[in-house]
Ligand binder design. Structure first.
Ligand code: C2O
Ligand code: CU
Ligand code: CU
Length: 481
């Protein structure tokens, strides 16, 4: 659909592209690396949620929230078959929750909307690490407030290690050749981050802003060894989808999805990521001086994308990588990474099959009837209603469709495999353990077993990970018993 408004957006984007180009070379900032806390060295991990003043642009302070920090939180390293103890203290002056997105833990420690951490109180969790090596993350999940709290800066990474990840000859020096990247979009006015607010249209499309922020850094660069490096990518944006690629058009390798390693590295030219998704990629920089990890900003409506024909979409550097021969970095790209056994379509006959349909209602120009604007199977989220009851250890196939635009569907407490992705077989690079998948009009089928419990008081959630949709009610609750 071509209309006047879209033409205006188009002109605005063109201006943006030219302004970015002139600005970017001069004001580069060293990439921030979240501090690392290893559960091996700590009896109990103490985290404090607090308000912050964060300098995205040097010398200009923005009002933010962070965890032991002014913006975002530390990376927490967990080890399979050990017990993790974490204590969250809420010094925000308002209630929130902290959910472990991607963790295979019981509902009681999952941190969903029921597990409110009131101001000036602490919430302590203890759980056995029961999953293979991968990258999860933590963020608030308070009903109606998730988008705002994440936007302010409340999020951090969990890295899970196991025997396999320790024995693989991968790059593993944190921050040097094993680099976490929390990628978000924000708006700035004279260097100050614009506080969270959404119009009706932004609520519908999800809040999409114009400036890339990586680990709380704008215009980021990083100095890296002139060898293999490993990037752990998290799309921590509220709503924006990106297509990442390298400025020299070189191919690179995908080695992991959300829930663990792929069986083998897959060579790719680019990678598209929706909010909530994580991927690990490896880059060979042995003959490179400088290269940029680039992001193309994908529009909410793929029809727009066709209209703008890709090359007109806003593009920006996520991170400039400058190699330095004096930095030591070991690690190579292994040939084999994992031993995932794949389910097949025939396993569906042994499974409990459930259908989910994500819907949104765009007719309300007048008064927003927020209550039924975002639904799953015709109902908006209600914390007093359990939507599904799952039996622990049983095979489940969830078939998901969605309307109006692509939506990232996320399930708590589990990793799944994709059987069918929007009516097609999954791409080779998506044949791994995931917990978030982009769904559309053609059905997406995922298969999994839930091995942990969640009762009626602390159920698990499934929802759209566009945070405005989630807050608006595109979410449901289920128990596992
Ligand atoms: Cu990343 Cu239910 O959340
Ligand atoms: Cu989650
Ligand atoms: Cu959605």
């Amino acid at each position: 659909m071509l209309n006047f408004k879209k033409i205006l957006i188009f002109i605005f984007l063109l201006q943006l592209i030219s302004s970015c180009n002139s600005e970017s070379e001069s004001n580069k900032n060293l990439l921030r690396i979240p501090s690392l806390i290893d559960t091996m060295n700590e009896e109990k991990i103490l985290l404090e949620l607090r308000k912050g003043k964060h300098e995205f642009y040097p010398g200009v302070k923005s009002d933010t929230m962070g965890i032991n920090s002014s913006y975002l939180g530390p990376t927490i390293k967990l080890h399979k078959e050990t017990i993790a103890k974490i204590q969250f203290t809420n010094s925000l002056g308002e209630s929130t929750t902290i959910h472990g997105h991607g963790l295979h833990v019981n509902g009681k420690v999952d941190g969903g909307p029921q597990q409110v951490i009131r101001p000036e109180t602490t919430w302590q969790i203890e759980f056995p690490v029961a999953q293979e090596a991968g990258m999860s993350w933590y963020h608030p999940h308070l009903m109606g407030k998730t988008a705002q709290h994440v936007h302010a800066g409340l999020a951090g990474i969990y890295l899970i290690e196991d025997e396999n990840s320790k024995s693989l000859q991968l790059p593993k020096t944190y921050g040097v050749n094993d680099i976490p990247l929390v990628i978000q979009d924000r708006s700035f006015l004279n260097g100050k981050m614009k506080p969270y607010s959404v119009t009706h249209e932004e609520m519908m499309e999800g809040l999409r802003e114009d400036t890339l922020v990586v680990n709380g850094t704008v215009n980021a660069y990083h100095e890296v060894p002139q060898s293999w490096i490993r990037l752990r990518l998290l799309n921590g944006s509220n709503a924006r989808f990106y297509r990442f690629y390298l400025s020299n058009q070189a191919s690179f390798y995908k080695i992991a999805t959300e829930g663990g390693f792929l069986n083998k590295p897959v060579a790719i030219q680019d990678i598209t990521m929706a909010p909530g998704e994580r991927n690990e990629v490896m880059l060979d920089l042995s003959n490179i001086e400088t290269v940029h990890l680039m992001a193309e900003f994908l529009p909410a409506d793929p029809d727009d994308q066709q209209f703008f024909m890709n090359w007109l979409n806003h593009k920006a550097s996520v991170l400039e990588l400058r190699t330095d021969k004096s930095i030591v970095g070991n690690g190579v790209l292994p040939e084999h990474l994992n031993t995932i056994k794949f389910y097949s379509g025939s396993d569906k006959s042994k499974a409990v099959v459930r259908k989910f349909s994500l819907e949104m209602d765009d007719d309300s120009e007048q008064v927003m009837d927020m209550h039924n604007m975002f639904t799953i199977n015709g109902q908006s989220m209600d914390t007093n209603r359990i939507d599904e009851r799952v039996k622990k250890g049983e095979l489940e196939v969830w078939s998901i469709t969605a309307e109006m635009m692509p939506h990232p569907f996320h399930i708590h407490g589990v990793s799944f495999q994709i059987l069918t992705h929007q009516g097609e077989p999954p791409a080779e690079a998506d044949r791994g353990w995931k917990d978030t998948v982009v769904v559309g009009e053609q059905p997406t089928e995922v298969i999994m077993k839930f091995n942990h419990e969640a009762d009626d008081d602390t159920p698990y959630m499934y929802h759209c990970h566009i945070l405005e949709h989630e807050d608006g009610g595109m979410m449901g609750q289920f128990t596992v018993q």
